[in-house]
Design a binder for this molecule. Sequence first.
Ligand code: SF4
Length: 196
Amino acid sequence: MSDMTRRQFLAITGSGLAGSSLALLGFSPGPALAEVREFKLSRATETRNTCPYCSVSCGLLMYSHGDRSKNATASIFHIEGDPDHPVNRGTLCPKGAALIDFIHSPSRLTHPEYRAPGSDRWQRISWDEALERVARLMKQDRDANFIARNAAGQTVNRWLTTGMLAASASSNEAGYITHKVIRSLGVLAFDNQARV
Ligand code: SF4
């Protein structure tokens, strides 16, 4: 203490006083920093989902602003692996870890589009219009090209002029039902997005 200069003494006591005063006012750095970290997710809405990229189908936790009340616009701001998911147990590969950019990409397609024959542009249509059009075209094609019997007279029930590409991130149940529906129509050309 005897070696301490007046300037050093004032610096130490000043910072100590400032620190203790700030602590009394609730500005203790440790809790304050911890509070900021907790705040990021504590006001968020947590949604579970599946990574859309490949057949591994890793589980995701997606955090969004807004509690789905009327005056709040939901916006996802953080995505991480779901630690409770049996497939990935909280991990994600680089593609899954970068999903936040995919979600907010300005070129992301978020609605059905249709390009008329001969047209050079796509036009937006509703989901009802898209589903109705897909169903109608499938029926027309199946009615025109369904093969009930082969040349030898054997029952084959084939529909060879339409194919189906299924989503890789479907659940087991959705995948099972998709397979049953498309095979029951007679479609043989059936593949999965995971093999693209
Ligand atoms: S996080 Fe990676 S490994 Fe997991 S489903 Fe997505 S792309 Fe596949």
